[in-house]
Design a protein around this ligand. Structure first.
Ligand code: NAD
Length: 453
């Protein structure tokens, strides 16, 4: 992180921007506070895959080189937001005070998002405003590049041809020549109106909707049932969560996009669609803690009926933030290496990967390992769809029908996802984590009573 009196930035490390859409939300605040905490050595990088030996020598930007900014439609300052998260046990007590300079520096780089209530700007005017904010950020802070990450509230799928706000931000990222990550189930780049812009922008992009809890587990268990030749008859799931995400997902139209991703992972890994549905309930009392319950009815030898039940209790933002930091670093490095277009090798992180990718976590990890290896060798052999965006900004988006699929203008496959992309590669055992003395640690509240972390 930069602009911090308490954190030393390596003198020669070029600075890389991380532009968060929804920059004042729980996930974004945890990203900024977490990055500052790791940089200052207050905590070990638990949960960050890019900090494992798998990524040694890959040339990822150091955490200390990341500069945060973004858009939001609310004006609650980041230090205050971080205090609220610490009170709820999401951030360790004492951390907001320890990294207050970094939070304030990021807060100073947050610009009003849109559309705001009563906003009369046209979609193209909004895209132009967002693009100008991004370009100003990159220029003013002397950044080599900036990665745009959508962590805004989940929006309902569009019902007409008009690009939703998430797509306006995605268009701005493309116009500004920035790599793009959609960590939410919202439409983002997957709108047909953005297809030609995405083709010509010359930037890499990753998938849609981060895979942090229930779906992560599903992407492990699905292949297990398939490989052991067990017949899954029904797979039902329920999620209880509160916080801003719980409130947004109380809207059935918003929850539909999320549930579709969770169910798709089951179908893709089993190769068939079992009975059962997935539900999300908003339980404000749980705050940022999520309980996800899966009930899997399956048949074994001689059609003997059996059941597996799993209960996942996690802190949503603590699960999501390390993945956002991983993705920002990976996309920045991919952009530096000249990669463009979808990166199916990052399927490991998503419910809905970009491009054709395997759906089992083991294969996704192998693909990620292959990606790390190729980045280490300078990006050789990596597929590219165009040139790196150093030229003039591409034109604005064109009109088109509403989004239906994954990736700009694509329609979803009707059957199971074909494993594709780079294919399985030998997995390198990351080995034991390097031990870092984290020094004195701010105390983390155990969270709501009775909830395991
Ligand atoms: N484990 C996880 O936490 C996880 C996993 C996958 C996906 N996600 C997704 O990440 C997103 C963020 O989750 P959260 O818990 O931080 O939610 P949150 O409600 O705390 O934060 C969302 C932020 O987005 C802002 N926002 C809303 N509309 C906006 C707009 N048009 N422009 C700019 N900003 C806007 C809100 O003001 C808020 O600050 C959600 O979409 C969620 O589904 C989270």
């Amino acid at each position: 992180m930069s602009a911090s009196p308490s954190v030393s930035v390596p003198g020669s490390a070029p600075r890389v921007g991380v532009w968060l859409i929804g920059a004042r939300g729980s996930v974004a605040t945890t990203v900024v506070a977490g990055c500052a905490a790791l940089t200052a050595g207050l905590h070990a990088p638990t949960g960050m895959v890019t900090e494992t030996p798998l990524f040694a020598g890959v040339g990822l930007p150091p955490l200390a080189s990341l500069v945060f900014g973004g858009h939001d439609t609310t004006d609650c300052a980041l230090p205050k937001r971080a205090e609220a998260l610490a009170e709820g046990g999401v951030l360790p007590h004492g951390l907001p005070e320890a990294v207050t300079a970094e939070l304030a520096a990021a807060d100073a780089e947050i610009r009003p998002g849109g559309p705001l209530p009563g906003d009369t700007r046209t979609p193209d005017e909004l895209i132009s405003a967002f693009t100008a904010d991004l370009q100003d950020f990159v220029r003013r802070r002397g950044l080599t590049r900036a990665v745009v990450v959508n962590v805004a509230s989940t929006e309902p799928a569009p019902t007409d041809t008009a690009p939703p706000p998430s797509s306006l931000y995605a268009a701005a990222a493309l116009r500004a020549g920035c790599p793009y990550v959609n960590f939410t189930p919202s439409t983002g780049l997957d709108h047909p109106a953005l297809a030609s812009l995405a083709e010509s922008a010359g930037v890499p992009w990753a998938g849609r909707d981060g895979k942090t809890g229930q779906t992560l587990l599903r992407s492990v268990l699905g292949p297990m049932f398939a490989q052991r030749a067990l017949t899954v008859r029904a797979w039902s799931g329920t999620n209880l969560l509160g916080g801003g995400d719980g409130a947004a997902l109380a809207d059935p139209a918003a929850a539909a996009a999320k549930n579709a991703g969770k169910e798709r992972v089951v179908t893709d890994t089993l190769g068939t669609a079992p009975e059962g549905e997935t539900h999300i309930d908003d339980v404000p009392a749980l705050g940022d803690w999520k309980t996800a319950w899966d009930h899997i009815a399956f048949d074994g030898f001689l059609d003997t009926r059996m059941v597996l039940q799993t209960t996942w209790q996690g802190c949503d933002s603590a699960l999501a933030a390390p993945l956002v930091l991983d993705l920002a670093r990976l996309l920045a490095r991919a952009h530096e290496a000249g990669l463009t277009g979808p990166l199916p090798e990052l399927a490991f992180y998503f419910k809905d990967p970009a491009g054709e990718a395997p759906s089992a976590l083991g294969e996704q990890y192998a693909a990620l390992a292959g990606f790390a290896e190729r980045l280490r060798t300078g990006g050789r052999d990596l597929p590219t769809a165009g040139a790196v965006a150093d030229g003039p900004l591409p034109a604005g988006p064109e009109d088109g029908p509403p989004a239906a699929g994954r990736g700009p203008g694509r329609t979803p496959p009707s059957g199971p996802r074909r494993p594709g992309g780079p294919g399985p590669r030998p997995v390198r055992d990351p080995g034991p984590r390097p031990v870092r003395d984290p020094g004195p640690r701010p105390v983390r509240d155990p969270g709501p009573r009775g909830e395991a972390r």
